[in-house]
Design a protein around this ligand. Structure first.
Ligand code: NDP
Length: 419
């Protein structure tokens, strides 16, 4: 009997858990454990009447390795799915090692306070590597490779949509379409509208930190770093239409550059409306995106956490969000000596997701791959001791599962290339 322990009970967790419950054969028993246990209990109660999956709940502070290890040991899962926040990645990996279970997450580690002197010292040393100053990167979790290998355990990093499915698209393209890949452009478009002047569609703190960071891309074996939002392209996306998209740093570029070594360039673009960018710039200029604690009327507050409390909860956007997402990868490369192009993508409708699981498409496109990746692990299809990213595994069973559970792909061999 396979058992999965799921940590976190926010927007992405809701979808991953609802999808496990649609798939009781692979997930006969799950436990939802999070900081606020009442959220876990409410979700379990909502799902129990329509599933054969046995759902248990627990309270846990995932920053506390000892408490987490004790919980893992007492429940005895085969794997732990981390859908809490990237801040908890390392503590949950430590607890998995201590308890001897496999690990899965959807976003790479980043420190909660980027002004923490101990972290800053490590970070500044790393920044000496030219052209790369992202504070979220794989180095922290790749440092666990030997420990997981020696323990005979698998850690699967970044199994959401991007990172996650985008890397499975790369592995699929390499396996079925190309002998060598020359360039990869990852295009992430949320064409949905929630009707608010400003809201983020996943955790605001993580989202705003990601998009306000300097951009970077991989070219001819090196990082090229650019000021945030300084490269803009227009693109017409299937079923969404014309959008402005901006080059961002994104974690999968780092692992893809290692795992597809012949690739000459990898870029990541995300679409934004002008209104989103104007709000973000203003919030940044007045210091609201800062992670450094300040004193306010005798209380210590972290500006970005205060902002999070003011913004709509992404989990509440479901009923209001209309429109579609379109996320995928455009490749150029060679097959049998011939130049070739290929575009593989998924289109997901916000309202259809809401009708099915009560969430908008951003949580859906992350939660479904998290469930499918957990299934690959529990069914023994993706188990190689060590710390791995999605492109390192066979993409076929994963893409088949994605199609079955709500994220089928489309493709074309004649895409418009991004200049
Ligand atoms: P939410 O803020 O909605 O949910 C986070 C959950 O984690 C909450 O339930 C929260 O508890 C819980 N949590 C936070 N800290 C702790 C802790 N110390 N101990 C236990 N539980 C804790 O976030 P999202 O669901 O929007 O995002 C979840 C993850 O998915 C993030 O890592 C995000 O970066 C990632 N993501 C990945 C994407 C991809 O495509 N790869 C896309 C979108 C998101 P509480 O309820 O008490 O606040």
């Amino acid at each position: 009997m396979a058992r999965l322990l799921i940590i976190g009970c926010g927007g992405v967790a809701r979808v991953a858990i609802a999808k496990c419950c649609q798939n009781s054969e692979a997930f006969p028993e799950i436990m939802i454990a999070s900081r606020t246990v009442s959220k876990c209990e409410a979700l379990a109660e909502e799902l129990r009447p329509n599933t054969k999956t046995v759902i248990e709940t627990a309270q846990v502070d995932a920053d506390n390795v000892e408490a987490l290890t004790a919980l893992i040991k007492s429940y005895g899962p085969d794997a732990v799915l981390n859908v809490a926040l990237p801040y908890q990645d390392l503590t949950i990996m430590d607890a998995c090692l201590a308890a001897g279970v496999d690990y899965i997450d959807t976003a790479n580690y980043e420190p909660e306070n980027t002004d923490d002197p101990e972290w800053r010292e490590i970070y500044e040393k790393r920044c000496k590597e030219p052209g790369f100053s992202a504070y979220f990167d794989y180095s922290w979790q790749w440092a666990y490779r030997k420990k997981f290998e020696e323990a005979g355990l698998t850690a699967l990093l970044g199994c959401g949509f991007d990172p996650g499915v985008t890397q499975a698209y790369c592995a699929y393209t390499k396996k079925h379409e190309f002998d060598t890949i020359d360039t990869i452009d990852i295009l992430d478009c949320n064409g949905g509208d929630h009707g608010y002047a400003f809201a983020t569609n996943f955790n605001p703190e993580i989202n705003l930190r990601e998009v306000s960071a300097p951009g970077s891309y991989w070219e001819n074996g090196h990082w090229v770093e650019i000021p945030a939002m300084s490269i803009k392209r227009e693109y017409n996306l299937d079923q969404v239409g014309d959008k402005d998209m901006y080059l961002l740093h994104h974690e999968e570029i780092e692992s893809l550059a290692q795992n597809i070594p012949e690739v000459q360039r990898i870029r990541f673009f995300m679409t934004f409306r002008q209104s989103y960018l104007t709000h973000m710039k203003c919030l940044e200029d007045v210091g609201m995106l800062s992670t450094t604690p300040i004193q306010f009327e005798g209380h210590e507050i972290v500006p970005i956490q205060f902002l999070k409390a003011l913004l709509p909860d992404p989990a509440s956007l479901g009923p209001r969000t209309h429109g579609k997402t379109n996320i995928g990868c455009i490749f150029t490369g060679k097959k049998d000596g011939q130049e070739k192009q290929y575009y593989i993508y998924n289109v997901c409708d916000h309202q259809e997701c809401y009708r099915e699981v009560g969430s908008q498409a951003i949580s859906y496109t992350t939660g479904v791959p998290a469930m499918c990746g957990s299934m690959m692990m529990l069914t023994g299809k993706w188990t190689t001791p060590g710390v791995h990213t999605v492109e390192e595994f066979d993409p076929d069973p994963f893409l088949e599962a994605l199609g079955k559970y709500g994220l089928p792909h489309q493709d074309t061999h004649a895409p418009v290339l991004v200049p």
